[in-house]
Design a protein around this ligand. Structure first.
Ligand code: SAH
Ligand code: DHB
Ligand code: MG
Length: 223
């Protein structure tokens, strides 16, 4: 199997299963026009996040890494009108593109973007005793996932879930000879998940339009 086959099947699933959503299409178009990198979740992954939030009955979602707001729209679409999505983004241009995309998708009243380094924004949320989140999606710089996990655990309700994107990176995460910052960070992130007895975690490798990668899914116990 190769990238062309993965693309073809991902596209097939997309065509078969996903409704046309002009606001999601427009979010990708405006992101491309503004020169943002196209590293957003794929449409099928977006639906996966949307379904997880729905199945979990999430009311409050925290996202780390907004880009143009594509995954944020998918998750915001799963929330009740009284719900809240907070997304953290370091780059002001990305945040502005995302805000326009969230507004076009009709979710601006529940979804907001906090601009700044995510570690600072997370500390800010902790300091102001933000209401706990039901679900956190970690998708910013991979080297900082250990910090994001440590801080996220102070913002997640018991029974809450954490989804982290890009935990496989073409298999490099399992290669002990690889010492790239991102890979080292991801490996430490997985070790932290494994060693915290309050957490249950799985990691799934995926192939598709974004190559060979994967995500982890974690639940914080209620005890
Ligand atoms: N979740 C998005 C994709 C996010 S890409 C989607 O699927 O649509 C990763 C994003 O994280 C980029 O926009 C990047 O600017 C942002 N980022 C990188 N380092 C960051 C940091 N230290 N703090 C906050 N955001 C960061
Ligand atoms: C990259 C980042 C991502 O979050 C992703 O899903 C794919 C690629 C990157 O920085 O290369
Ligand atoms: Mg990602």
């Amino acid at each position: 199997m190769d990238q062309d086959s993965w693309d073809a099947l991902d596209h097939f699933f997309c065509e078969q299963l996903l409704p046309v959503d002009l606001a999601l299409d427009a979010a990708l178009e405006s992101s491309a026009e503004a020169g943002l990198r196209s590293i957003n979740v794929s449409p099928n992954q977006g639906r996966f996040l949307n379904l997880l939030a729905k199945i979990h009955g999430a009311r409050r979602v925290l996202e780390i890494g907004t880009l143009g707001g594509y995954s944020a729209i998918w998750m915001a679409r799963a929330l009740p009108s009284s719900g809240t999505l907070v997304s953290l983004e370091i780059d002001l241009l990305n945040a502005e593109v995302a805000r326009a995309n969230l507004a076009r998708a009709g979710v601006a009243s529940i979804a907001s973007v906090l601009v700044g380094p995510a570690i600072e924004s997370l500390k800010g949320l902790i300091d102001k005793r933000a209401e706990p989140f039901d679900m956190v999606f970690i998708d910013a710089d991979k080297k900082s996932y250990p910090d994001y996990l440590r801080l996220t655990l102070q913002l997640l309700r018991p029974g809450g879930i954490i989804v982290a994107d890009n935990v496989a990176r073409g298999g490099r995460v399992a290669d002990p000879r690889n010492h790239e910052d991102d890979v080292v960070g991801l490996r430490q992130f997985l070790r932290m998940l494994a060693s915290d007895t309050r957490l249950s975690t799985t990691a799934m490798q995926t192939v598709g339009s974004k190559g060979w990668d994967g995500f982890s899914l974690t639940r914080l116990s209620t005890e």
